[in-house]
Write a protein that binds this ligand. Sequence first.
Ligand SMILES: Cc1ncc(COP(=O)(O)O)c(C=O)c1O
Length: 470
Amino acid sequence: MADARRSPFHPYAGRFAVHPVMPDAGVPRAELLDQVAQMAAEEDRRGDSGRVSGSIYSGDHEHYAFLAEVFEKFAHANVIQRDMYPSATKMESEIVAMTAELLHGNAVGDDRDCGGTVTSGGTESLLTAMLVYREVGRAKGITAPEVVIPVTGHPAMFKAFQYFGIIPVVAPVFEDGKADVAWMRDHIGPNTVALVGSAGSYPHGVIDPIGELGALALEHDLGLHVDACLGGFILAWAEPCGVPVTPFDFSVPGVSSMSIDTHKYGFGFKGSSVVLFKPHTLRRHHYFVLNGWPGGVYGSPGIAGSRSGGIIASTWAAMLSLGKAGYMAIADDIFTTCTSIKDAVRSHDELRLIGDSVFMAAFRANPDLAEPIDVYHVNDSLMGSGWRLNGAQLPPALHFTLTRPSANPEVAAAFAADLAVAVDYARHPDQPLPRSGAVYGSGGREVDLDSTTAARFDWFDAMYDVGPLD
Ligand SMILES: Cc1ncc(COP(=O)(O)O)c(C=O)c1O
């Protein structure tokens, strides 16, 4: 078992009681609320500073308080009990319809043939979409289904491939982070069931050439999933804000499904996303019914069984309370700040931007210099001044996903100043090997950078250890 005493996962050891067993008598509510308040305040401080890439997205505590008020009304509701909670049916169908309209799946007055489901997050949306394409393939007699996916496609799809027995055909991307469509075309075979593109990709925030992928999908009668989990709710406002972006949604012929996370730029609470299909009949491949079961005829529309009414209600309330104007105002600030952050990166010959994302600054070391710096040294210095960017690899890179707390000129100016110091540091680092690296879901410092599968599994074990008892 991992040594919890040396584990980085227990900063509260020694401050709050550890509970390896349930107490005989309940802990007073006031005491628990006090502990929770302390932990939340300390942990929010970092995200609210605007120095964190991605992760928290809204950071508006008044908005959160409003969502919490809505959540509370249905936190206990299990929406699989449809007769008890028709409110959830109303709200979920409206979340799906509003999202479909935003992504040009159902223009008002259209035949409304785009439909979907609210899921628990991007991963479930992607699992659902991949499952659908496996089933579509099965219906055509394909028993060893393949999906052609750019190497930058999110790991949740690789999780789906592992879970559902799909064979990934992994396409390279160009220096700008975008999929090599010609490679993808050349690797379509008789077992291909779908193609994937991102809008934008997690590593670099770029939009793959969705138009070309759509044409390919139509030509070969394949599904095309656009993973807009990260970018969907921000890229949707680019055009109205006068920021040109590659068309990426259902307006592109050939796009047959999309995933888009309400718990990212949708500014809902964590635990919600939308998966959409066009035509909506594709959705029927993820419905599940078991007739001859002693517990009764069982049915669930998606992967989840019981689901919280609170998350559906608060997601619905987030969308309605912000409205298009609310989302656009925040998006506008994000686009503007992103331009400033990218300008700061561009001002250093030692660095090179990757791609053209409008909401993320992704950059690597300039490989053409006689003595290129190590971009992770840049990160070491930035971490020292309180920034938490994300490390990427292949090639080594960093990215800064702009969110509402970071979308202001003060943050951009502070970043430019600290980046200059960081680039200087990277020229003469105080240790040859950088302390940070590329570990998803971590600022990069807390973990052993040996990211072998076994090392990561040890890491997970350590996470589930309750920590030192004294
Ligand atoms: C492009 C992309 N797809 C999918 C996901 C997975 O979303 P989740 O973490 O909500 O499961 C992410 C998460 O950052 C993402 O950036």
